[in-house]
Design a protein around this ligand. Sequence first.
Ligand code: PEP
Ligand code: MG
Length: 919
Amino acid sequence: MAKKWIYLFEEVEQAEKYAGSWEGVRGLLGGIGSGLADMTRAGVPVPPGFTVTTEACNEFRKTGKFPNGQWDEELAALKVVEHKTGKKFGDPSKPLLVSCRSGAKFSMPGMMNTILNIGLNDKVVDGMIKLTKNPRFVYDSYRRLIEMFGTTVFNLEDEVFEHPMDEYKTKKGYKLDTEMTAEDWKTLVGTFMEVYKKHVGSEFPQDVYKQLELATKAVFESWMGKKAIDYRKATNISDDLGTAVNIVTMVFGNMGDDSGTGVAFTRNPSTGDKKMMGEYLLNAQGEDVVAGIRNADPIENLGKAMPEVYKQFMDITAKLEKHYKDMQDVEFTIERGKLWMLQTRNAKRTAKAAIKNSLDMANEGLISKEEAVLRVTPEIVDMLLHPQFDETALKTAEKSGAYYVTGVNASPGAAVGQVYFDADTAERMAKEEKQKVIMVRPFTKPDDVHGMIASQGVLTSEGGASSHAAVVARQFGIPCVVGASKMKVDLENRIMEVDGKVVKESEWISVDGTTGKVFVGKIPTVETKIEEQTDLLTLLNWADNLAARPDIRILPDGRKAPGLQVWANADYPKDARRARSYGAVGIGLCRTEHMFFETERLPVVQRMILAKTPEDRKAALDELLPSQRKDFDGLFEAMNGYPVIIRLIDPPLHEFMPDEEKLFEECVTMRVKGETKGLKEKEDLLAAIRGMHESNPMMGLRGVRLSIYMPQIVEMQVRAIFEAAADCTLRGIVVKPEIMIPLTGTVKELEWIQPRLERIGKTVMEEKKVNFHYKFGTMIEIPRAAVTASELATRAEFFSFGTNDLTQMTFGYSRDDAERNFLITYVAEGILPKNPFQTLDRGGVGKLMQMAINDGRKTRPELEVGICGEHGGDPESIEWCHMIGNNYVSCSPFRVPIARLAAAHSALKYSGQKIIEDK
Ligand code: PEP
Ligand code: MG
């Protein structure tokens, strides 16, 4: 059977049969065409019409001609429309006018062509004047057709028509189009005809079928117009989709005071409130409402002006909401007392309205709770929880040239402050001068944390999504942009520079951690707090319940299991409390070394590292123990009843020491000046630091290697953990400590260290005469650990994927440098689909994880598995963790709400499915 190129609105069933699904119909007839057809099917009054398919468009694009049969079908469809309307195309005694509108599968507002009033020519104009007795309206319609035809079919500039029209109005002393009389429009039609002939080189076609043919072609061609191509590129819409063309009977809202036109939302799109919001104008055309030429009336007033029509409108919109089960954005026209619906689509809405609307619709029984949770995307939650730049102000700033530089969007939210180039100054300006501060550095180190915490935002020129600055900023919810590599930070002269644009210390900048963009000057922000987001809290509650259903996943051995839990990465009790308030049900990573950087502790830590005798080292460690115990005590108390994973010391020791270069400079200066007091100590320190130098510290003496090399540190840590847990137990707090050994590469490492640590734990429990449940486990951060997981699981009671290191070591990309150099280019060139430090690389890193879970659980079926790398807060990575059988994901407290929602989305998407196994 020959292909069908045209579908009448009432032929939607046929289209559905051909396309196989509603998604397919949308692809075939476009968003508008499928919407009009669907409304027709639902019994909503839609002006009769038909759609030329996207397949016809794609054929046209190949050959430059209508495909065989299209034009005949178009004429036949027009006959049906004539029959339905009782009008006739090109017949002055009962003229049918149509519009010709583009409509692709995905909405591309304003990017393609539309021509209205097709079917008017000199004779039809005369006929219509007789019929309507409204020459002003008819001439106005005619001049619109000539103008639209010239600009869209022949690509004439708008000005060629607008210029003479403006001149005419000025001559007449008119300001508004509404002042134009019938005679005026008639004169202008004459002028437009001349303009058309001059620029096109022929007369305006009086043959209405020619008009229709050229208009259809013009809409097809507009798919490949520059505007449309650019828009598709920016929004990831494929060029292959093509546009449909909708030929729709014209209805007129400007036929007198019993006519009108309007737009409305079935609920409030900014608050989500269940109240119709819209406006209308009597005796006007659609674009008059949008253009704001006259002040429109609120939609409620239509109830007084036309009670019957209003009632019908309210009934129809209620029906549309029910049909689409979503808030609708509708356009309508009233022609001589008859209501026509011209368009309906799911309304665009704010984050707040999206959540309220989902909850309301579930409570009204319109959608299920599952659907309500699925409708709210993690990005919406992100938007609600971080301060954002005011959208209008942001646009104005962009237009006025305030844009400065772009980097990696490391931690979301908007920050505005004065620039300072070191942590001490940043902290001082914030605390003492009460300034709002943005700390700018080439990169940050652990001893910069106090400056970061005091800042509104952080900006670095180096580093990537798992660099120190990024990890710490996310942990504390500080907006952060890293790796803005076009920016040069000149610490000596206290300036930064991008392409000659210099920003000096104390100048204001605005940092958008959500997009990675940085602006010069202040952009206003809008704030939010989670406790105030009651709708969001309800929705997240629903999400948790869905993910916690006991039969959401099927384990390889056939047992049923719930979805993912969400834990948090938190180092301090106050972070743990925040994590709880955001809904975390465990701590998945406490990086204990952060506690060593506290100002009063660092000298003791340094003394401990530099100790020459075991006695000196022990003395320093004894000094550190009480403060570590206090830290852990606070964590257990905040997480009463929930598991707390504490990781033993991980980074290389040199990170705790003063900066080598700075120290060297100090020594040289002292020598030059002849100062001797304290010189020897400094030089000894310098020699010690140099002794610790490693070419590849990330692969050097860190993690479990450091524990084996210098076991006293972790022995102190384990004692502190168990003492704190015992003290808490005695106070009635339920503790669930889990001790995590980082960077393991072979089970032999665990066999060496773990029994010693377990012995300490047992000793403490005996000393304190208490018993509580604890676990020892390890991080999977090295490919070898994943590959030998079955062996590791003989010792480890839990695994936690440290995917920052695992990504680094699997790809062989430095987590600190790659994003500054080639990684961004790799993503831009499509060599990598996404930044693997932000979104898990399923094919490589993800596969290793899958293997580790399978093999680990073969040894230990109850093995608890989590993730604590930065991917633990990324929705796409969370989905993978669900699919391969993680028990939980752990992320920064600020990302916990997003992760809860993402966990529920994964649970719903794969509900009842088997965990995918590595074969
Ligand atoms: C990791 O490597 O993913 C991890 C959580 O550890 P860190 O970032 O502290 O190295
Ligand atoms: Mg790590």
